[in-house]
Design a protein around this ligand. Structure first.
Ligand code: FE2
Length: 271
């Protein structure tokens, strides 16, 4: 149960940090399961590399049809110009997504224990739906930057209802690319929408082309086990990981089923 202070803090800042939300057993279960899944994964001949700075990469079938599957996306720097891996397979994955919360028994069980819908209801969602899950690796030395964005750009509903739950599976700090956010920035209008385009693929629709405010981003350095709840309109960012330590995290997004889910959201293959 969230306290009234926590709920107020979320409304004021656009995010809420809760330490020790996930215990070591649960963290180990998720990290070990990810390792097993990567061991079993046979890299396809064409690689999908996830980076929000180069969204055209996410127009491919492998990404767009991952909503009801468990798929593997590589760090951009894990593959060289000739298509060869620069690191071992276990260190090459940027993220696993987007339906392990439904399809994988280990993820499913731990996620059930974490009860994100219960938190979502306390934060105003009437009928929560767990829409997508991601295991994010931020690999040592090559973990990519994720540009400043608002999650509602990707999971758009009318009215907007997206809430992100981000769990630190390992310590996250400035060196290994912790989250950074504009505190209170959830009151900024949605800047753009990432959506399916009418001629195939995806595109950004600009909704508000004013620049981001000059407020410095606040570093959200947290210990392993911490949950950060992110308002769907909160601008957030994470830098590249130039350290020798990974920064694994698990994230899950909720929307309110009482709100209209856009037919042109990229994520349509839902289960
Ligand atoms: Fe995000």
């Amino acid at each position: 149960m969230l306290t009234l202070n926590q709920i107020e803090s979320f409304k004021k800042n656009g995010y809420l940090v809760i330490e020790n939300y996930i215990d070591q057993r649960q963290r180990n279960l998720l990290m070990q399961r990810a390792e097993e899944l990567i061991d079993e994964f046979e890299p396809p001949s064409s690689h999908s590399v996830f980076t929000t700075n180069e969204q055209e990469r996410t127009s491919d079938e492998y990404f767009l049809n991952s909503g009801d599957k468990i798929r593997f996306f590589f760090e951009e720097k894990a593959i060289d110009e000739d298509g060869k891996f620069t690191v071992p397979k276990q260190q090459s994955i940027n993220k696993i997504g987007h339906a392990q919360h439904v399809l994988d028994p280990v993820y499913k069980e731990v996620i059930k224990e974490l009860n994100f819908p219960g938190l979502g209801i306390q934060l105003g969602i009437k009928d929560p739906r767990q829409l997508q899950s991601m295991h994010i690796f931020k690999q040592p030395s090559i973990g990519g930057e994720v540009g400043l964005h608002q999650d509602s750009s990707f999971l758009y509903t009318t009215p907007m209802s997206c809430i992100g739950f981000w769990v630190a599976l390992e310590d996250a700090n400035k060196e290994n690319g912790c989250l950074q956010a504009i505190t209170g920035g959830h009151l900024i209008p949605l800047k753009k929408r990432f959506k399916l385009s009418s001629n195939g693929g995806t595109e950004f629709e600009i909704l508000d082309d004013s620049p981001w405010p000059d407020n410095a981003l606040d570093l959200l350095e947290v210990k392993a086990g911490t949950l950060i709840i992110l308002h769907g309109q909160l601008p957030h960012y994470s830098s590249a990981n130039t350290s020798d330590r990974s920064r694994q995290a698990f994230s899950l997004h909720l929307i309110d089923q009482n709100c209209h889910y856009a037919e042109d959201n990229w994520l349509q293959s839902l289960i």
